[in-house]
Write a protein that binds this ligand. Sequence first.
Ligand SMILES: NC(=O)C1=CN([C@@H]2O[C@H](COP(=O)(O)OP(=O)(O)OC[C@H]3O[C@@H](n4cnc5c(N)ncnc54)[C@H](O)[C@@H]3O)[C@@H](O)[C@H]2O)C=CC1
Ligand SMILES: O=C(O)C(=O)Cc1ccc(O)cc1
Length: 367
Amino acid sequence: MGKQLFVIGLGLIGGSLALAVKKDHPDTHVTGYDLNKNVMKAAISLGVINESAPSIEEGARHADLIIVAAPVKETIEILRELSSLPLKEEAIITDVGSTKKAICEASHVFDHVSAHFIGGHPMAGSHKSGVEAAKSHLFENAYYIITPVKETDARAVIQLQNWLKGTKARFIQLTPGNHDFFAGMVSHFPHIVASGLVHQLKEEGEKEPVLNNLAAGGFRDITRIASSSPVMWRDILLSNRDVLLGLIDKWQEEMNKVKGYIEKEDAERLFEFFDVAKQSRDALPVRKKGAIPSFYDLYVDVPDHPGVISDVTAILAKKQISITNIRILETREDIMGVLRLSFRSENDQLLAKEQLTKHMYEAYESP
Ligand SMILES: NC(=O)C1=CN([C@@H]2O[C@H](COP(=O)(O)OP(=O)(O)OC[C@H]3O[C@@H](n4cnc5c(N)ncnc54)[C@H](O)[C@@H]3O)[C@@H](O)[C@H]2O)C=CC1
Ligand SMILES: O=C(O)C(=O)Cc1ccc(O)cc1
């Protein structure tokens, strides 16, 4: 019999990891456990797991790798439970929680157990949740942060990365503290801002419903992450409290600065505010994938004339490149528009860019 994987929490991340591990280790037997019985049934029928376990104890007993993919608070409870159960001697336990300090501190429960705990955080996901949204390539090219805490963790880290090779993620190691600060900056805090913007719109939109229609373009794009799971984000904020309080203070300072420029009608400072931001944004490394969902999008500048969409799709159809979604992002007066095309894979995205450029269209990965 092959090796055994046990996944606790069969949602977007647990399901996607189960599929990715199975891809690279096809002989592995995958057992799953979720608080919700319907989720376990769905996971079996979607081929995400081979069987469900009646309890954590039953599933963990023979597992070589245990992935805990539940919300952060539950993860800590599950680690406590696991540390008191009979486990395989060399079992590796990992988690996927979006914060690492609290979880790694709690993982000291394994200090006197022969199984190894290594914290992990795949920095990719989606605003969707649930096993139905799971896909084996969710983490392709994404950063996968590993947070070992002891020197003796080195061997288990190598074993864990080997287990997770099928994710095609890029593994990096950080201390739990650095992880939480970095993730706070690029992922957690932006969620607060996105949801804050939506709140602002909601209040006014109730008085002036036309506002909601006007918010269909850029506003929708920058607030996409506000559609994520409220339970998950509540827990993330609560477990990265100090980092987020600091970032909120800095944000308030930044907003006060801009407020001052507007009050004083300081055109020069306002220009500088946007210019420095534009230069920094333009200089960011081209997105492979970060804490941004794994969509393979291309933005294409198109002349705003009837038939342009079918011209673009015909170019791609000729090379059998399928598009999974098309959206017209904006039309500027009657001159140019931007199309956002989504593809199933990075390869399709690259081929499409090549073809469209060949046909004199301006196509780029990030707006
Ligand atoms: N959604 C995302 O984009 C990302 C999420 N994460 C982290 O991954 C973890 C899971 O997130 P998702 O998969 O998105 O959530 P999800 O909501 O899709 O799935 C979580 C699953 O865990 C189950 N669950 C909850 N408590 C449980 C318990 N005590 N025992 C067993 N099962 C339990 C739920 O029933 C649900 O099926 C969270 O800790 C989150 O911080 C990490 C990277 C990206
Ligand atoms: O922050 C985002 O952009 C996402 O929506 C995806 C995501 C969510 C949670 C994570 O811990 C990592 C990535």
